[in-house]
Design a protein around this ligand. Structure first.
Ligand code: SF4
Ligand code: SF4
Length: 311
């Protein structure tokens, strides 16, 4: 086993929402897209970051004095309150401010892990996978970015008889997907919009490559589950839902559609990272909206799974 390392945000055990059966979910850090509603915003940046819990900060200024890079300062926030800010272009994630902080308000996100360290955690769930038809899901962030690290993990899982899924936007050069695809048992592909202008507005990038790669994978016979994050006032209009459902209905290897209704879980985490939370309609779906959405996908005869519904 090589000593290659990858930057991992988190490894979650016993998930039943990220592919079939009981799964260990390995979340890679770094993403190509910048989705406004990202549920794990810590995975967006490809580097280790400091996050600050404002409610724990007693504004003692220790972090300002101790920072070797002069990356920390006080500033007025949007509500005109004094708050600690970090210049993230300057911060080197040395950790000095974490240890010194008397309020325990600061923490680092992301850990460099070796292939062996990640595999140990994956292997620990083997009995559960066997009993439930589960396995490991590599997600993020975008796991295809750290593709050499991912490739090694996929290869070892295949050798160990552990079923693999990759949760991805498939925003990646086809050459990378082509290199890895034979070792991936299931693709969990997120699709947010069909309209390219709207996709670019809400994620920062065009969806042309995404749709092209999806069709390509389907054409080559790879099992695909489409995952549709549904965000109120953003992509839940009938035109977009019907366009996604139509696209899904034209895939030959589709195993299902996961409808991921918006959950109000990410705003605080954006704030802790010093990032703006841009979702305007920050509320859960009503029961009626949920039923209308499900009805549209059912009209196209699609096998639907509704994940973690909170209405
Ligand atoms: S050291 Fe901790 S408590 Fe003090 S100002 Fe910095 S973040 Fe706040
Ligand atoms: S992690 Fe290091 S460089 Fe970054 S803000 Fe804290 S002390 Fe400064």
């Amino acid at each position: 086993m090589s000593e290659k390392t990858g930057l991992i945000f988190d490894i979650r055990k016993d998930s039943y929402q990220d592919g079939p059966g009981n799964r260990t979910v390995v979340l890679f850090k770094g993403c190509s897209l910048y989705c406004w509603w990202c549920e794990d915003p810590e995975t967006q940046s490809p580097v280790i970051e400091v996050h600050v819990t404002k409610t724990r900060c007693i504004q003692c200024g220790t972090c300002i004095r101790i920072c070797p890079m002069d990356a920390v300062d006080f500033e007025q926030d949007l509500e005109n309150k004094t708050a600690i800010v970090i210049d993230r272009d300057v911060c080197i994630a040395c950790g000095a401010c974490l240890e010194a902080c008397p309020g325990n308000a600061r923490a680092l996100t992301g850990t460099q892990m070796t292939v062996a360290e990640v595999m140990r955690q994956i292997e620990a769930g083997r009995v559960n996978y066997m009993q439930s038809g589960g396995g490991v899901t590599f997600g993020g962030g975008e796991p295809l970015i750290q593709n050499q690290f991912l490739e090694e993990l996929l290869h070892l899982c295949r050798q160990s008889g552990i079923s693999t899924a990759v949760s991805t936007s498939v925003y990646a050069p086809w050459e990378i997907i082509d290199r890895l695809r034979s070792e991936i048992d299931l693709f969990l592909c997120e699709i947010k919009f069909i309209d390219d202008v709207r996709h670019t507005h809400f994620t920062g990038l065009s969806n042309e490559l995404i749709l092209e790669n999806l069709k390509h994978l389907d054409h080559l016979g790879h099992p695909i589950i489409l995952r549709v994050p549904l965000i109120p006032g953003t992509n839940d209009d009938e035109i977009n839902l019907r366009a996604i459902a139509r696209f899904a209905s034209e895939l030959h290897c589709l195993q299902g559609v996961d409808l991921l209704f918006y959950r109000q879980i990410a705003e605080d985490r954006f704030v802790r990272l010093g990032k703006p939370y841009l979702v305007k309609e920050n509320h859960p779906f009503s029961e009626e909206q949920v039923h209308n959405t499900i009805r549209i996908f059912e009209e196209f005869g699609l096998p639907i799974h509704v994940a973690d519904l909170q209405v």
